[in-house]
Design a protein around this ligand. Structure first.
Ligand code: GDP
Length: 138
């Protein structure tokens, strides 16, 4: 079993799609072992997406991620990171496969409904930004 970190982004929470996204996650065999709804501060969003701070869309990304509440989650499965990346679909929803979360729900490349870690190492770092080990119940 391994873990990944997920965020249901503001474009999805705004449209009341938390349950719909979770249904796709669970149908794919990922188990939601921790979950909470939070409103990210600007500092939290800037730190979380620090790797993108030189990119032209950084300001817009931080604004979008702090506009409405998000749902942060820890997901567990065999090969959780690649499994969730496959369920999410491509960053740009126009390129996402049928049945993926982004194909089903994303509005644009920026407002693309979900985040998922891109490596086991980053998953551990991201999980630790939002959850203590006691809050993760498998
Ligand atoms: P991900 O791992 O598939 O989420 O993609 P990245 O790590 O490359 O980008 C992080 C997030 O930045 C994406 O999920 C988008 O919300 C946003 N993003 C990436 N590329 C663009 C872009 O070209 N324009 C805008 N507005 N946002 C982008």
């Amino acid at each position: 079993m391994s873990r990944t970190f997920s965020i249901i982004k503001p474009d999805a929470t705004r449209r009341n799609l938390t349950g719909a996204v979770n249904a796709v996650i669970e149908a794919a065999g990922l188990r939601i072992v921790a979950q909470k709804r939070v409103k990210l501060s600007t500092a939290q969003a800037e730190a979380f997406y620090g790797v993108h701070k030189e990119r032209p869309f950084f300001g817009e990304l931080v604004k979008q991620m702090t506009a409405e509440p998000v749902v942060v989650q820890v997901l567990e499965a065999d090969d959780a990171v690649p499994k969730y990346r496959a369920v999410m679909g491509a960053t740009n929803p126009e390129q996402a496969d049928e049945g993926t979360i982004r194909k089903l729900f994303a509005l644009s490349i920026g407002e693309n409904s979900v985040h998922g870690s891109d490596s086991d190492e980053n998953a551990a770092i991201e999980i630790a930004q939002f959850f203590t080990e006691e809050e993760i119940v498998g």
